[in-house]
Ligand binder design. Structure first.
Ligand SMILES: NC(=O)c1ccc[n+]([C@@H]2O[C@H](COP(=O)([O-])OP(=O)(O)OC[C@H]3O[C@@H](n4cnc5c(N)ncnc54)[C@H](OP(=O)(O)O)[C@@H]3O)[C@@H](O)[C@H]2O)c1
Length: 279
C-alpha cells in the first residue's frame, strides 16, 4: 500500500516508519512539508500523492502547554484533523487517527470502553475530542485509535525522564492517584499495521495490557533497570501541573479483541524490552 504518515518525525511516527517501511511505500510528512493546520495545502498535498491510506500521528502533544496555547491545541488537534479528514474524503482513502485516553474524565471504576461518553477535563483532551468529532462527521472509512501513556525510543517520555532523574537524585516524587496503561509505541505501531490490512473501520482502544499508577510504573522501571532510587508517592494535587489529568483512564481494548485481534502484551513485558534497548 501507499501510506502517507503525518507527523512522521514524532515518537510514534518513527516507530510506524520502522514497522511499515519494508512492506509498504511510505510518504513521510512533517510539520514543514505538510502543516495540517493549512487546509488548502493539506488537501492539495494528499490529492497529489493519492495515498491508499493516511495515518495521522501529528498532534500538539504537550498536555500542559495546551492549557496556555489553546489556539495551537485546537488548530492542530481539532482543525488539523478536520483538514486531514476533508483531504481523505477528497481522494476517498481511509484515515487512521491517533487519539487519547484523555478524552475521558477519569471518573470510572472499570476500564473505559469505546462507546463510553467522552468528557475531557483538559484543553488537550478537549482539542483531541474535536479531532475525533470532525472525523465522525466527515468520513465513513476511518480508524480512530485511542491509546495511552505512550513511550518509545524517540522523543521525550516518562521512562526516559525517570531514568535521567535517577542519575542525580536519590529520591523522586511520583503521582500515585492516576491509573492508566503505559503503552510501548512500537507495540502500537505493530497493532496499527495489522489494523490497516482490514476494513474493520471504527473507534478502537489500543494499549498494552494491565494497568498501574505512575508511581507503580516508576518503581517497576527502576526495578527492571536495576537502579536504586526511593520513589515517594504523592497525589496529583500535590504535584503542581497546568493541566488536570483523568484519575482513572484504563482503556478496555474491547473492539480490538472482538474483531479477532490478539491483546497486546503486558505493559511489564513491553517496558522490560524497552529498557533493554535504551540502557
Ligand atoms: N505521548 C503520549 O503519551 C500519548 C498518549 C496518548 C495518545 N497520544 C497520541 O498519539 C499520537 C502520537 O503522539 P507522539 O507522542 O508520537 O507525538 P509527538 O512525538 O509529539 O509527535 C507529534 C508530531 O506532530 C507533528 N506536528 C505538530 N504540529 C503539526 C502540524 N501543524 N502539522 C503537521 N505535523 C505537526 C510534529 O511534527 P514536526 O516534528 O515535524 O514538527 C511531531 O513530530 C498523537 O496523536 C497523540 O495525541 C500520545
Amino acid at each position: 500500500m501507499r501510506i502517507l504518515i503525518a507527523g512522521s518525525n514524532g515518537m510514534l511516527g518513527n516507530d510506524l516508519k520502522e514497522v511499515l517501511q519494508d512492506k509498504h511505500e511510505l510518504i513521510l510528512t512533517t510539520s514543514k512539508t505538510m502543516d495540517i493546520t493549512n487546509k488548502n495545502h493539506t488537501i492539495d498535498f494528499i490529492s497529489n500523492e493519492k495515498p491508499d491510506i493516511v495515518i495521522n500521528s501529528a498532534a500538539y502533544t504537550d498536555v500542559d502547554g495546551c492549557e496556555e496555547n489553546q489556539d495551537v491545541a485546537y488548530a492542530v488537534n481539532g482543525k488539523g484533523v478536520k483538514n486531514l479528514a476533508l483531504a481523505c474524503r477528497a481522494v476517498d482513502c481511509p484515515l487512521v487517527h491517533i487519539s487519547t485516553d484523555y478524552i475521558f474524565n477519569g471518573k470510572n471504576d472499570r476500564p473505559w470502553v469505546e462507546n463510553d461518553e467522552a468528557d475531557p477535563i483538559s484543553v488537550y483532551g478537549k482539542s483531541k475530542l474535536k479531532g475525533e468529532e470532525a472525523i465522525l462527521e466527515i468520513l465513513d472509512k476511518f480508524f480512530i485509535v485511542r491509546t495511552a501513556w505512550l513511550y518509545g525510543v524517540n522523543g521525550r517520555n516518562f521512562p526516559k525522564t525517570m531514568l535521567e532523574l535517577a542519575e542525580n537524585h536519590s529520591e523522586i516524587t511520583v503521582v500515585y492517584d492516576e491509573i492508566g496503561t503505559p503503552t510501548y509505541a512500537m507495540d502500537l505501531a505493530n497493532a496499527i499495521s495489522q489494523l490497516i490490512e482490514t476494513d474493520f473501520y471504527g473507534i478502537y482502544h489500543i494499549t498494552n495490557s494491565g494497568s498501574c499508577s505512575w508511581c507503580e510504573f516508576a518503581r517497576y522501571i527502576f526495578e527492571v533497570a536495576n537502579v536504586d532510587v526511593n520513589v515517594i508517592p504523592v497525589t496529583a494535587s500535590e504535584f503542581a501541573r497546568a493541566a488536570p489529568r483523568p484519575s482513572y483512564s484504563v482503556l478496555k481494548n474491547k473492539t480490538w479483541v472482538e474483531n479477532g485481534f490478539k491483546p497486546l502484551r503486558s505493559y511489564k513485558d513491553a517496558i522490560s524490552e524497552y529498557i533493554g534497548l535504551i540502557k
